[in-house]
Write a protein that binds this ligand. Structure first.
Ligand code: PEP
Ligand code: MN
Length: 340
C-alpha cells in the first residue's frame, strides 16, 4: 500500500502517518520527491484499510497495490486451476462445451435438447429449473419438478447437470440434484447466496453481474472461496452498455483479464451475451480464440415455442456448425475439446 502526501503536506503530517502505521505493527518507508512525499507501507494490508489513513492531514491518496481478493487471486496461486464437474474438467488445456435449454419445460424437451447438445460435443448439460425472470408474469421455471427432470436426463445421457439457484434457502435442495450450481448475473452480489453456495460442497459457476467490474466479480468469487469452496468457474455473459443491437455487450477482454488476475477457469456464455441466434456461433468462435476454458450455450428442439429465451437458442440446423467449431478451433489455441 502506498500513501501519497499532498504537495503542501508538512513534515509533521508525514510523521503522523508513520506513527499510525507503526502503531498498528506495520513498517513505513518515506520517499521524499521534489514535489511530493510518498510513504510505502509493508504489513497487513487489511489492517491498514481500517486505519482511515485517507482522513489524516496532508494525505492526498492511499493506493492499494495488492489485489483485495486473496483466495481466488493468481498472486499466491500462479498455476491456473482445473474444476471438475461430475468428472468433467474445466480449465487450461481443454475447452468444455456446456449446452442445453435455457429452461427445463418438459421431460421430452429437456431430453431432446440434451441429445442435441451431446451430439455437438457437449459434456455438461445446462438447464434452469429456477428462473430469475425480469417479469413476475413470465415463466418462473418448474422448481423441484424441473430438477427431477434434469436428474432423469442425466441418468439417460450420462451428462452432469449445471443448474441455477436463485435463493439461499434453496441451495440444499438444488445441490441435492445438481453437479454444478449456477449463480446468475442478477445474483452476483447476493452475498447470502454466495456464502450459502460456498458452504455446500458443489462446484459453482459464477456469472459476471451485468453491471459489475471484473474486480467486483472476483470479490464475489472470494465470498464463495472464503467459505471453503475453491471449485468456482467464472462466466462472462455480457455487460450492459449503451449498445442496443445486442442483448448485452460481450466483454471478450474480460476473459483474458480475469485469467491473468485469477487462477479460476473462465468460460463464456455467447447466448446470453448476444441474445440472438445469429450471433451465437460468431461469439463462440471469439470465445475460443481468446482462450476461454469453455462455453455455455442455449439449445432448444423448437425455439418458437420455448418458454424462455427462444430467440437465442440454437436449433438442429446450427448444431453441425457448432460441432465443427468446437472441434476445429481449440487446437489452434493449444486446447482440445473436453470429451468423456
Ligand atoms: C441463464 O443462464 O439461464 C441466465 C439466466 O443467465 P444470466 O444470469 O447470465 O442472465
Ligand atoms: Mn436464459
Amino acid at each position: 500500500m502506498v500513501v501519497v502526501m499532498s504537495a503542501d503536506a508538512e513534515e509533521a503530517d508525514v510523521q503522523a502517518v508513520v506513527t499510525v502505521v507503526e502503531g498498528a505493527g506495520g513498517e513505513a518507508f518515506v520517499s521524499r520527491g521534489v514535489n511530493r512525499t510518498i510513504i510505502g507501507l509493508v504489513g497487513d494490508v487489511e489492517q491498514f484499510g481500517t486505519l482511515n489513513l485517507n482522513a489524516l492531514r496532508g494525505v492526498s491518496d492511499v493506493i492499494r497495490i495488492s489485489a483485495p481478493y486473496k483466495l481466488v487471486s493468481r498472486e499466491n496461486h500462479p498455476d491456473r486451476s482445473v474444476v471438475r464437474v461430475g468428472g468433467v474438467p474445466i480449465g487450461p488445456g481443454t475447452m468444455t462445451l456446456i449446452a442445453g435449454p435455457c429452461a427445463v419445460e418438459t421431460p421430452e424437451q429437456t431430453l431432446q435438447a440434451a441429445r442435441m447438445a451431446q451430439a455437438a460435443g457437449a459434456t455438461l448439460l445446462r438447464g434452469g429449473a429456477f428462473k430469475p425472470r425480469t417479469s413476475p408474469y413470465a415463466f418462473q421455471g418448474l422448481g423441484e419438478k424441473g430438477l427431477r427432470i434434469l436428474a432423469d436426463v442425466r441418468a439417460e445421457t450420462g451428462m452432469p447437470i449445471v443448474t441455477e439457484v436463485v435463493d439461499a434457502n434453496d441451495v440444499e435442495l438444488v445441490a441435492s440434484y445438481a453437479d454444478m450450481l449456477q449463480v446468475g448475473t442478477r445474483n452476483m452480489q447476493n452475498f447470502a447466496l454466495l456464502q450459502a453456495v460456498g458452504g455446500i460442497g458443489r462446484p459453482v459457476m459464477l456469472k459476471r453481474g451485468m453491471n459489475a467490474t471484473i474486480e467486483e466479480w472476483l470479490m464475489a468469487a472470494e465470498y464463495i472461496a472464503q467459505r471453503g469452496n475453491l471449485d468456482i468457474v467464472l462466466c462472462e455473459r455480457g455487460i450492459r452498455t449503451f449498445e442496443k443491437a445486442t442483448r448485452n455487450t460481450l466483454d471478450i477482454s474480460a476473459v483474458s483479464v480475469a485469467q491473468r488476475l485469477s487462477h479460476l477457469p473462465v468460460i463464456v456464455d455467447p447466448s446470453h451475451s448476444g441474445g440472438r441466434r445469429d450471433l451465437v456461433l460468431p461469439l463462440t468462435r471469439a470465445a475460443i480464440a481468446v482462450g476461454a476454458d469453455g462455453v455455455i450455450i442455449d439449445v432448444h428442439p423448437s425455439p418458437e415455442s420455448a418458454l424462455c429465451d427462444g430467440p437465442q437458442a440454437l436449433v438442429d440446423d446450427d448444431m453441425r456448425e457448432l460441432a465443427a467449431t468446437v472441434r476445429a478451433l481449440p487446437p489452434i489455441v493449444g486446447r482440445t475439446l473436453t470429451t468423456v
